[in-house]
Design a protein around this ligand. Sequence first.
Ligand code: ZN
Ligand code: ZN
Length: 297
Amino acid sequence: MRRGAFIDHVAWTGLGIAYTLSPAGVMTGRALAEGMSNDTIAFVQISDSHIGFHQAANPDVEATLTASVDAINALPQQPAFVVHTGDITHLSSAEQFDRAHSLLGKLRAPLIALPGEHDVLGNDFKPYLSNFKIPNATDAGWASWENGGVHFVAILNVFSFEKMGLLGNDQLAWLERDLAPLPKSRPIVVFTHVPLYALYPDWGWTTEDGSKALALLQRFDRVTVLNGHIHQVITHEEGNIRFASAAATAYPQPKPGTAAKPGPVTLPHDDLLRAIGYRTVQLATGNDARIVDRALG
Ligand SMILES: [Zn+2]
Ligand SMILES: [Zn+2]
């Protein structure tokens, strides 16, 4: 990858990338803490595929999801899992869920898929749950699991969706019980669709009761919260909690406050491919997550 492109795509990394210029002039990126620990888990995040969307911003969302799936399948080391952080479909129709199920079924790694508000139109979770329910999830759909010494939590914040995210008291009570037995040193990774913090409330890019979840996460040394919904990479930190919104596989949205309202942004095709893609995440014991956003173009 060209140096400029590589730096563009490293949106945020907790442990940093060291650049070295070899005698041959080839730029390579290397994690600073590489080699410090063998206990590393790697996974991939994709988001906002909007299968069924046919507008000018991306007339072929199936092709760009397929390109993402192919790129992930071609990674030299397969991730432990691929998480899709929601808006799998555009309008929750049975046909769209069918297509999405078949396209995502081509992933070599196990898939964990959260719903976005586009997947539960009319607050009906049944079509989502019958296609993509997370393994070992509660009946309502949220879940947690351990992998590689990391505690992963998938929380759903598209209940009764009108403008912003909502977790609800049942899920918050479950989260409190789920986190209670964990030591503060346990790395925590949280997946959601809508940002948990007030990223841009004017556009609903926040979760009404998200601060209650963040209060439960504050005591841990290392928390990473990864979400979708806003169709662009934006990072943020609050204490020990690091947030990273992901790009879509479908189309970008405007930067906060740069348009009258959020919505699909139409770009020339090459620029579209530079604005969408997938994200690789690596966690090594004792280090922050290393997050690399990889554009399709
Ligand atoms: Zn979306
Ligand atoms: Zn959304």
